[in-house]
Design a protein around this ligand. Structure first.
Ligand code: 5GP
Ligand code: ZN
Length: 109
């Protein structure tokens, strides 16, 4: 855990953030500044800075992030209407929090 990383703190339940799902690999919570009616963040417990820092051993984590995003889209009722899965990568790619996370965005009318 990186003590100065907000997502590490959230994963360690050091904040009031409500989890919509959690397992030993990752947690899912609502984005604090949603860009759509449904805007969830799927966040590995392991501190990985960005997509650029993935190593071979992280393949299982990435696979699980996407798999859980798929099931969260179903449980949020947006799988049929459609959604976006997004990784922002580094500053120029819009990344603000340097702890890897997958955005699940959807629910537009
Ligand atoms: P990024 O631009 O790094 O891909 O996205 C970071 C996201 O994290 C932003 O959409 C931002 O609103 C969200 N965020 C930042 N700090 C917090 C927080 O403390 N709690 C929650 N739930 N979301 C956060
Ligand atoms: Zn972190």
């Amino acid at each position: 855990m990186h003590s100065n990383c907000i997502f590490c703190q959230i994963c360690a339940e050091k904040t009031e953030t409500e989890f919509l799902f959690e397992n030993e690999t990752l947690v899912v919570f609502r984005d604090i500044n949603p860009h759509a009616p449904v805007h969830l963040l799927v966040v590995p417990r392991k501190h990985i800075r960005s997509i650029n820092d993935l190593v071979d051993d992280d393949r299982g984590i990435i696979s699980e992030l996407i798999s859980v995003a798929q099931s969260m889209a179903v449980s949020q009722g947006i799988h049929k209407s459609g959604y976006k899965l997004l990784f922002n990568v580094e500053k120029g790619g819009g990344q603000v929090i340097f702890h890897l996370h997958l955005h699940l965005i959807g629910g537009w009318a």
